[in-house]
Design a protein. Structure first.
Length: 311
């Protein structure tokens, strides 16, 4: 982006059966950011989402791979802009917060601003989701050292270098977790800004499943931890195996010191095997850590290939 040139802003709205809310959502972002181009990416909707979004003035495109992760991957690959605003098409996020979030990104030269949801309406946020958000936010902080106030917020503003360096490996709603870990692992400058979270309008239904999606998110966090922290992941498994082997072997050692005999040979063989596997886990972690560092360097170089926002 040239000096004194206004940044190109793109609003990205992944949608699945959002006929009841998409027109108001598009209108809200067009009013808040008149210079922005609003893109609606339809994900095999069975209602009139496409027609309504197009009539509201959005650029409509389609992604046939079912799941929010597939849609985000397509959006980030297709759209060329300097600033990207990602929100949902269900009118739960406040478009009026977008200008302040964009301004924060550009003024502070950040790579991501997360819209931290503040809700007052009872129907906006299910109790189980509030608890799950807190638990997973704490888990992410414990595993990766840092976290965000609202890791599952779908309202985010990105710089170009974030979007073009993000590989997008997830396929569903766990994409927000992957985005958060990507920012933490590359130590990107990020910020947060409180934004109002509304209840869905009448006729719009949530696609989230508390337990199914919670399990997928937990599995994603574990997978990302294994990939990004292989020494700690495999070293932890090795440590557990060593401790279990010691518990099994201690009575055998005591008996051997007293009698000179090993009465339970299978247990001794099992304990020895567990220690061998533990050593293999430790060295596997060391080898994979070298691979992870190489991957992280490649992502970092892709990230640095683009100018800082506002520069």
């Amino acid at each position: 982006m040239a000096v004194n040139e206004s940044p190109r802003v793109a609003v990205l709205l992944p949608c699945y059966n959002e006929e009841a809310a998409i027109a108001q959502t598009v209108a809200g972002f067009r009013a808040a950011l008149p210079e922005a181009v609003v893109y609606v990416y339809d994900n095999n909707s069975r209602d009139r989402t496409v027609e309504v979004a197009r009539a509201a003035g959005a650029v409509v495109r389609c992604e046939v791979g079912q799941g929010k992760g597939h849609v985000v991957r397509r959006m980030f690959a297709d759209v060329d802009a300097d600033v990207y605003i990602m929100a949902d098409g269900d009118l739960t996020y406040d478009p009026r917060s977008a200008p302040a979030m964009v301004d924060q990104l550009l003024t502070e030269q950040l790579d991501m601003v997360v819209g931290t949801r503040q809700h007052e309406e009872k129907g906006a946020y299910r109790g189980g989701h509030v608890l799950g958000n807190r638990v997973f936010t704490g888990l992410l902080a414990g595993l990766f050292g840092r976290s965000f106030s609202d890791i599952f917020s779908g309202y985010r503003v990105f710089s170009r270098r974030f979007v073009k360096s993000f590989p997008v490996l997830s396929s569903g709603f766990e994409i927000e977790t992957e985005i958060s870990v990507h920012a933490l692992e590359l130590r990107m400058p990020v910020g947060e800004q409180a934004t109002t979270y509304f209840a869905r309008p009448e006729g719009s239904a949530s696609k989230l499943s508390t337990f199914r999606d919670g399990w997928r998110i937990l599995n994603t966090i574990a997978t990302l931890y294994r990939i990004e922290r292989p020494v700690l992941f495999f070293g932890g498994i090795g440590l557990l195996l060593v401790l279990a082997a010691l518990v099994l072997a201690l009575p055998l050692v005591v008996t051997y010191l007293k009698t000179g005999l090993v009465p339970r040979l299978p247990t001794a063989v099992l304990a020895t095997g567990m220690v061998i596997v533990a050593v293999l886990c430790f060295f596997a972690g060391l080898i994979l850590d070298t691979v992870t560092r190489g991957r992280r360097e490649v992502r970092r170089l892709a990230y640095l290939a683009h100018p800082a926002p506002g520069a």
